[in-house]
Design a protein around this ligand. Structure first.
Ligand code: GDP
Length: 433
């Protein structure tokens, strides 16, 4: 998916535009208690195009002076995006800070579409002509608060998608990434996985994405490790900011089939782990939880079980994710990881038979009657799988509003019991027939 970044000085309305563009989609994502969502990166859709959107304004760059911050955010846009929306404010005209942003964007080779926000009515349209001076061609008048002009803007952005080469790995290749807070051992784990007996096919330093993908083959299966942290150009101020590393992780998750959530077995689980795990779940990726540094843990026969219970309590939303205990350092138990990655990936793209699915649903209904509301009972007619990665099921009913959350959860569990789906989230939607 192409990545769009919104860049511009403070107060031009970046977050408003971000929410306008992604808004609808985000609202259907279920909320995970305790996990605050960083609204800096989200997916959107326009016509037949799917893309991801970054609000660079959401990435604060510490104590840098004002102009330096704006510059850094423009640099992030250039580094991370395929197309840049340069946002300005029609009420204030072209400012020195706008010119500063323009200067930086001008030096990059990334396509830039200029938008003039807060053009709330036709009378204000005359104000946009000054913005030609920024040197990015036609300015697009928009109004974030009124939702005007976004269609034309996104058309112009989508024009540039045609020239973007998106990576292509074949469908059989399993793409995975490792996420976790610093020092849990992600790099060590990559090295351990790529030990001597693995044939590394290639090391592609992404030109546009600036991530390093390592392709390798093991026992006839092709894998790609999408590495976020490694091989970055060092020295940019924003590289060390927390939001930026979150952004990089979210990008890697987005390109993965399977996400390994790496935890430090020696230190245990902290709040940040939970947040990071939440990202993987929300993105709908298959998940394997890896407890690393197991060599450094003093153990008895109960230790592993206790740790597992602890993980389950902290990551309630990841109840489907298998847990692997290992040591990247000694490589002990490392051989148990790949089978779980493969299993999770297979389940992530598993399609079940419609007839069997309907048997499962009807059995469930017979066992536990559908809910009623104001004397009206939910009727389930038919279920079908509508998507994979992750598997999603449409349940056709008389009135979708009658589908109670707890009943939906019950059906989800029955489907899980019947088909397994270990390692992958699944989704259910009630639809009117
Ligand atoms: P990253 O920041 O998540 O990539 O973590 P690193 O791979 O750089 O590892 C951080 C530190 O943990 C290093 O000092 C590693 O040597 C150490 N480490 C990594 N894996 C293990 C392990 O399995 N056991 C032990 N005892 N230490 C480990």
């Amino acid at each position: 998916k192409p990545v769009i970044a919104i860049v511009g000085r403070p107060n031009v309305g970046k977050s408003t535009i971000f929410n306008r563009i992604v808004g609808e989609r985000v609202s259907i994502v279920e909320d995970i208690p305790g996990v605050t969502r960083d609204r800096i990166y989200s997916s959107g859709e326009w016509l037949n195009y799917q893309f991801n959107l970054i609000d660079t304004g959401g990435i604060d760059i510490g104590d840098e002076p004002f102009l330096a911050q704006i510059r850094q955010q423009a640099e992030i846009a250039i580094d991370e995006a395929d197309v840049i929306i340069f946002l300005t404010n029609g009420r204030e005209g072209v400012t020195a800070a706008d010119e500063e942003v323009a200067k930086i964007l001008y030096r990059s080779k990334k396509p830039v579409v200029l938008a003039v926000n807060k053009v709330d009515n036709p009378e204000m349209r005359a104000s946009i002509y000054d913005f030609y001076a920024l040197g990015f061609g036609e300015p697009f008048p928009i109004s974030g608060s009124h939702g005007l002009g976004l269609g034309d803007l996104l058309d112009a952005v989508a024009e540039h998608f045609k020239n973007i080469v998106t990576e292509e790995y074949d469908d059989e290749t399993i793409k995975f990434s490792l996420i976790g807070r610093p020092n849990v051992g992600k790099s060590s784990l990559v090295n351990a996985l790529l030990g001597e007996d693995r044939v590394i096919v290639s090391n592609i330093a992404g030109t546009t994405r600036d991530a390093v993908d390592t392709s390798y083959r093991y026992e006839g299966q092709d894998f790609v490790i999408i590495d976020t942290a490694g091989m970055r150009k060092k020295g940019k101020v924003y590289e060390s900011t927390e939001k930026y590393s979150v952004l990089r992780a979210l990008k890697a998750i987005d390109r993965s089939d399977v996400v390994l959530v790496v935890i430090d077995g020696e230190e245990g689980i902290i709040e940040q782990d939970k947040k990071i795990a939440g990202y993987a779940h929300e993105a709908g990726r298959a998940v394997v939880i890896v407890v690393n540094k197991w060599d450094a843990v003093e153990k008895d026969e109960k230790t592993m079980k206790d740790f597992e219970t602890n993980i389950r309590e902290h990551f309630l939303f990841l109840d489907y994710a298998p847990i692997v205990f290992l040591s990247a350092k000694t490589t002990r138990r490392i051989h148990t990881l790949l089978p779980k990655i493969i299993l999770a990936s297979e389940n992530h793209s598993l399609r079940v038979e419609t007839s069997v699915l309907n048997d499962v649903i009807m059995d469930a209904v017979a066992m536990n009657p559908t809910p009623t509301d104001k004397g009206k009972r939910l009727k389930i007619y038919y279920a079908t799988q509508v998507a994979v990665k992750p598997p999603a099921f449409a349940i056709f009913v008389n009135e979708p509003e009658l589908m109670h959350f707890s009943y939906e959860r019950f059906l989800q569990n029955r489907i899980r019991d019947a088909f397994g789906f270990e390692g992958t989230p699944i989704k259910i939607f009630a639809r009117a027939r």
